[in-house]
Design a protein around this ligand. Structure first.
Ligand SMILES: *[C@@H]1O[C@H](CO)[C@@H](O)[C@H](O)[C@H]1NC(C)=O
Ligand SMILES: *[C@@H]1O[C@H](CO)[C@@H](O)[C@H](O)[C@H]1NC(C)=O
Ligand SMILES: *[C@@H]1O[C@H](CO)[C@@H](O)[C@H](O)[C@H]1NC(C)=O
Ligand SMILES: *[C@@H]1O[C@H](CO)[C@@H](O)[C@H](O)[C@H]1NC(C)=O
Length: 354
């Protein structure tokens, strides 16, 4: 009798555990152990694009914004033999009446239509190292992680926080890429009450991310990874929300810049604002802040940047990283004849802040 009761209780427990498993908060929790990549080449070529998942055609335009940017990216990827994409998030938007935000599941037709269907040639062969943007959180963010883990790891989002180490060239120069989810830092509890953020809020609650302790834990995770990566020649951080202008001050976002500066991050790559912008490293501020969020839409600039593309410019960022510097160019792909609109370079992390 007792034995059966234990068995029955175990069964119930097992069912509960299985159900909890079906709501996989753990899938989005930070992964501490770095993913490691090796490249024989003496440099790495990288395309950074964000906010690319809008498939519609905007007012007064004949060509889809996304397709124009995708075509230019493909040209650059072939010319420079790009090694991978850095995807700064907002992978799927509402593009037409009746459409939904983000993706609903791993089977959502948007995977094939908006990602695989639009980025062809070399862009369809190389990994897309990703973060989730707010529009991804407006629907099932776990489905994006699940897709990466179980369906196609070329869309690389094994969690919402993870670290990659890329080693290249004879000297095995090490780059650390720390991918972070900035949603939890950006949106105040009051903003999470807004109607478009219902699902985001629900997911935060389900994952236990709806309190300041969880936010502090994520900040601690970022700091721990930065400490761990101090032997890297380059440290780059990738997140969705920008750290220039007014965006840098939102809610807990203000805690990130001091961390990046203290631990000598070379550059931070973001999207969210549908623009191309940069804040340079300068005396007393060793980090370069890139904003590449014009992969399918355009809008106003963040302001307080050092350089920004004019309004309504679509495009992406291309960069070449070697032992001694990273050269970069912003590519305007608003027309079918893309052009470089800004060029510069960034140096590896200095030993002392300058
Ligand atoms: C679209 O074109 C119409 C007619 O030429 C013009 O009045 C309108 O301002 C344009 N809208 C935008 C967003 O460019
Ligand atoms: C979200 O995606 C996960 C992972 O694929 C799945 O288990 C879950 O059922 C989905 N949630 C909803 C509400 O569809
Ligand atoms: C977080 O969400 C849980 C589950 O809905 C709720 O019980 C808890 O009160 C929320 N915490 C805060 C700080 O809002
Ligand atoms: C790195 O790239 C820069 C800019 O193209 C070049 O001047 C420099 O010689 C390169 N360094 C190495 C070690 O290849």
């Amino acid at each position: 009798m007792k034995y059966y009761m234990v068995l029955a209780i175990s069964c119930v427990l097992l069912i509960i555990l299985t159900i909890t498993d079906a709501l996989p908060g753990d899938l989005v929790e930070p992964i501490d152990k770095p993913f490691v990549e090796y490249y024989d080449s003496k440099e790495l070529n990288v395309i950074t694009v964000g906010d690319w998942g809008f498939e519609g055609i905007e007012l007064n335009q004949t060509n889809s914004n996304q397709i124009k940017v995708a075509k230019a990216m493909e040209t650059w990827a072939v010319n420079y033999h790009s090694d991978f994409i850095i995807n700064t998030g907002d992978n799927f938007y509402i593009s037409f009446v009746g459409d939904h935000e983000g993706v609903t599941s791993v089977d959502d037709p948007k995977w094939d239509r908006i990602w695989k269907g639009r980025y062809k040639g070399r862009l369809a062969k190389i990994p897309w190292y990703s973060v989730a943007g707010n529009h991804d959180w407006y629907n099932n963010v776990t489905a994006q992680v699940d897709y990466s883990l179980n369906y196609d790891s070329r869309f690389f989002l094994p969690s919402t926080y993870f670290v990659r180490e890329s080693y290249f060239g004879k000297r095995k120069t090490k780059i650390a890429w720390i991918h972070i989810d900035t949603g939890i830092f950006f949106y105040t509890p009051a903003e999470l009450e807004e109607v478009d953020k219902v699902i985001m809020k629900q997911q935060f609650e389900r994952f236990g991310w709806n309190n300041t302790q969880a936010i502090e834990e994520k900040l601690k995770w970022v700091e721990d990874r930065l400490i761990e990566q101090q032997n890297s020649k380059w440290i780059f951080v990738v997140g969705h929300h920008p750290l220039v202008g007014i965006c840098a001050q939102e809610y807990y976002m203000g805690r990130l810049r001091p961390l990046f500066e203290k631990y000598r991050v070379a550059a931070y790559f973001s999207g969210h604002a549908h623009t191309l912008e940069i804040e340079f490293a300068k005396f007393g501020q060793p980090v370069t802040y890139f904003l590449s969020g014009a992969g399918s839409r355009t809008d106003e600039r963040c302001l307080e940047e050092d350089w920004g593309a004019p309004e309504n410019v679509l495009g992406f960022l291309h960069s070449t990283i070697n032992d001694t510097q990273m050269t970069y160019e912003f590519v305007d792909s608003t027309t079918l004849e893309p052009k470089i609109i800004y060029k510069g370079s960034v140096f590896p992390r200095p030993y002392y802040s300058y």
